[in-house]
Design a protein around this ligand. Structure first.
Ligand SMILES: Cc1ncc(COP(=O)(O)O)c(C=O)c1O
Length: 453
């Protein structure tokens, strides 16, 4: 366990000591002038945070970060769930640095490509072969392409209850933010409902012999009903389609071997990313040899041009991932994530009941991936209340778009967070009674999937 316990000493729970975000504020206009949306990931954008918030992070260590103004925070979510061990986690940084000194990218493959492929295949049940890339979107898109080539079919069935699979047209075209994507592409993607096998069967009935694959997360916030995932695989096999599990979030978080191991259903193809590199850019498409081999030439079918990128096997990202996987295996990281999430949930649930907030504020999801739900007086989902809650946490030294923990969230960090949450929920209660506008400073946050300001 990382030694971070003494780091939180500088954190300040006192609301009266208002933080200054002057340096952050000064940089914001320039960021928006130079970068569409002001950030390279919409989920990190200014519109996702209260106005009174750190806009830029200068550095991180463990689960603590410091903003441009020198304010210190405990962070949740950490790199959109990628930094599972902790920021600047020394063994991983050192492994990457050692490799960097040997060269980042060559004209021929590096041995470490084979080493990491072997390590991953050793861990994951459904992995006979592996292809690496730099991000999740590339591997989910590659999985879809491979499924189309393997089955000779065109349509894709995606789980409509899962929020994100790729920035690519086949997925983003199905969201509200579909500008620039031809309807001809969007029309090839169909949606089914999670935990409703009959909705998937209906798609296959409506489009016999046309659906190449089913792509879904194993679990988002709603757990699979008993037998559901097994039934999905059966439906795919009965109808001649491939099952793809997108384990970008669940991989190395629900279970070392993926949520597919936890629920005992091995798909034909799976995609991993985020946690496997502790923040370094690395993702993987893995699957059955019979399908994956279409990306090579040792068969008599047309080759699929499958993930051939300049940076796909950047050596230090592979070294970071090898070290990350080693730590996951040796130090029982996943068990720790579940334990700390459970500890935090217990604290938050206590505060919910002490502040009489049942039905207004909730923590949902598995302990390794907790998210919170904010509702208004009418018990409708409320962005204003979400913003207020985040605002009050930030004032108390906690940045929490979710309660997704890492291996660096020590007991002291969780307990500090619990105190901050308790006070923030006290204000939430008052805002329910007296009106959120009395407590919220600035505009509410807005959804990522929106077309206009
Ligand atoms: C379930 C899921 N799939 C795919 C992706 C895309 O990954 P990336 O952002 O690395 O392209 C994400 C990213 O958040 C995700 O959550």
């Amino acid at each position: 366990m990382a030694k971070v316990d003494n780091l939180h000493k500088g954190l300040d729970l006192a609301v009266s000591r208002r933080k200054s975000f002057a340096q952050s504020r000064a940089l914001q206009p320039k960021a928006h002038q130079l970068i569409p949306g002001g950030a390279h990931t919409y989920a990190k954008g200014d519109d996702q945070y209260p106005e009174d918030a750190p806009a830029f992070i200068a550095r991180g260590k463990g689960c603590h970060v410091w903003d441009l103004d020198g304010n210190e925070f405990i962070e949740y979510g950490m790199g959109l769930r990628a930094v599972t061990l902790g920021h600047a986690y020394e063994p991983v940084v050192e492994a990457a640095y050692r490799q960097m000194q040997l060269g980042a990218n060559f004209t021929r493959p590096a041995k470490i490509e084979v080493d990491l492929a072997e390590a991953l295949i050793d861990i994951l049940d459904g992995a006979d072969m592996v292809k690496f890339a730099k991000n999740g979107s590339d591997v989910t898109t590659a999985a879809v392409k491979l499924a189309r080539a393997y089955t000779g079919r065109t349509l894709i069935a995606i789980c409509g209850d899962h929020s994100f699979f790729s920035i690519d047209d086949w997925f983003i075209g199905t969201t509200e933010v579909n500008a620039g994507i031809p309807a001809a592409i969007t029309n090839m993607t169909l949606k089914f409902r999670y935990n409703q096998p009959e909705s998937l069967e209906a798609l296959f009935d409506q489009h016999p012999g046309e659906i190449a694959c089913v792509i879904m997360e194993v679990e988002a916030v709603t757990p699979p009903a008993p037998g559901y995932l097994k039934r999905v695989k059966e439906i795919c096999e009965e109808r001649g389609a491939l099952l793809i599990f997108d384990e970008m979030i669940t991989g190395f978080r629900w279970h070392l071997q993926g949520a597919q191991k936890l629920y005992g259903v091995v798909p034909h193809l799976s995609t991993f990313g985020k946690a496997m590199g502790n923040g370094f850019a690395i993702s993987a498409l893995v699957g059955k040899r019979e399908i994956m081999r279409l990306g090579g030439l040792e068969h008599d079918q047309p080759r699929v041009f499958l993930l051939s990128t300049t940076h796909g096997a950047e050596t230090h990202a592979l070294a970071a991932s090898l070290e990350t996987l080693k730590i996951f295996r040796e130090q029982h990281v996943v068990e720790f994530l579940w334990k700390q999430g459970e500890r935090l949930r217990a604290h938050v649930n206590r505060s919910i009941s002490e502040n009489r907030l049942q039905g207004f504020f909730d923590v949902i999801g598995q302990p390794c991936n907790l998210v919170f739900v904010t509702c208004d007086q009418e018990r409708n989902r409320s962005q204003a209340f979400r913003t207020l809650f985040m605002q009050e946490l930030i004032r108390r030294g906690v940045i929490a778009p979710s309660f997704v923990v890492s291996y660096s969230h020590s007991d002291a960090d969780i307990d500090h967070t619990a105190e901050a949450v308790h006070e923030a929920l006290g204000i939430y209660r008052k805002a329910l009674d007296a009106g959120v506008e009395k407590y919220l400073e600035g505009r509410p946050v807005k959804p990522v999937y929106r077309v206009y300001n």
